[in-house]
Write a protein that binds this ligand. Structure first.
Ligand code: MG
Length: 276
């Protein structure tokens, strides 16, 4: 099954694909549906032909995994991690399909793309063995783990470099786990301005999805709605010769097999401040 979050008549709604047709659900809370809530199709309503898709983000903790593809590690010249390299991705960095990745030139000159498979957790998980770790997956979506390379290098950890506003595009939809029975056989491709820059497969991961879930669950309780960005294959701009980075006017597209294409324009910041 495929689930989308979308803006419909001014409201955030959920839709499921039913025999090739998208139909709105009566339920509007993605977190509740991910946690096993009922899914009742609102047969009276179909979404408009071109709905505004919203990030299919249930609102949980976002875990990032660094250095998790063998070819990427080779690009970067790092040793292969012995255990998964974890970093947090802030919830305030999430944007949906077609929403802009905003690059603040006062913060970074090196915004880079990372097309990834993202795992949506569906059941509470603590100390889960690898053998049944995939039972805790609700579904999968695509992610672009936008990374400010200069900021990443400047800090001993990656909170700032990975967590900037708009630096976590997710979408376009969630494909439930039953439709992706083997998450280690999924093609991931990324384009920038129509030029393919990444073409990898999750088979190349150092730590596969079930290992990541088991490892994370030994340290943290995983909750329904938590998201795991599982790392990116070779082809990031920062490790090209010469390096390439995102600029306002660019467009990124991440396509994950079985999920679809996550497209985002890149825009310059409009400096805003908020005060009470
Ligand atoms: Mg990444």
């Amino acid at each position: 099954m495929k689930i989308a979050r979308l803006a419909h008549e001014g409201r955030s709604r959920l839709a499921v694909e039913d025999a090739g047709v998208w139909r709105l659900l009566i339920q509007t809370d993605l977190a509740a549906v991910v946690a096993g809530g009922e899914q009742q199709i609102d047969s009276a309503e179909e979404p408009q032909a071109h709905p505004d898709l919203l990030a299919p983000y249930p609102g949980g903790t976002i875990f990032g995994i660094g250095l998790n593809y063998k070819d990427t590690i080779r690009d970067m010249g790092f040793p292969t991690p012995q255990t998964p390299y974890l970093f947090p991705k802030l919830s305030s960095s999430v944007v949906g399909p077609y929403q802009p990745i905003i690059v603040d030139a006062g913060v970074t000159a090196e915004a880079d793309w990372e097309g990834e498979l993202a795992v949506i957790i569906g059941k509470t998980a603590r100390n889960v063995p690898e053998e049944n770790a995939l039972d805790f997956v609700f579904g999968y979506t695509a992610a672009n783990d936008i990374s400010a390379r200069d900021v990443q290098r400047a800090d001993p950890q990656w909170v700032r470099g990975k967590g900037l506003d708009t630096f976590c595009p997710l979408g376009p939809i969630i494909t439930t786990a039953d439709e992706i029975p083997d998450p280690q056989d999924v093609r991931i491709r990324t384009w920038v301005n129509g030029e393919i820059v990444q073409d990898g497969n999750t088979a190349d991961m150092v730590f596969g999805v079930k290992t990541l879930i088991s490892y994370l669950s030994r340290h943290f309780t995983l909750h329904p709605g938590d998201v795991i960005l599982t790392g990116t294959p070779s082809g990031c701009g920062g490790f090209m010769t010469p390096p390439r980075f995102l600029s306002p006017g660019d467009e990124t597209k991440v396509e994950v097999q079985g999920i679809g294409s996550l497209i985002n324009p890149v825009a310059a910041t409009v400096r805003r401040s908020f005060s009470s």
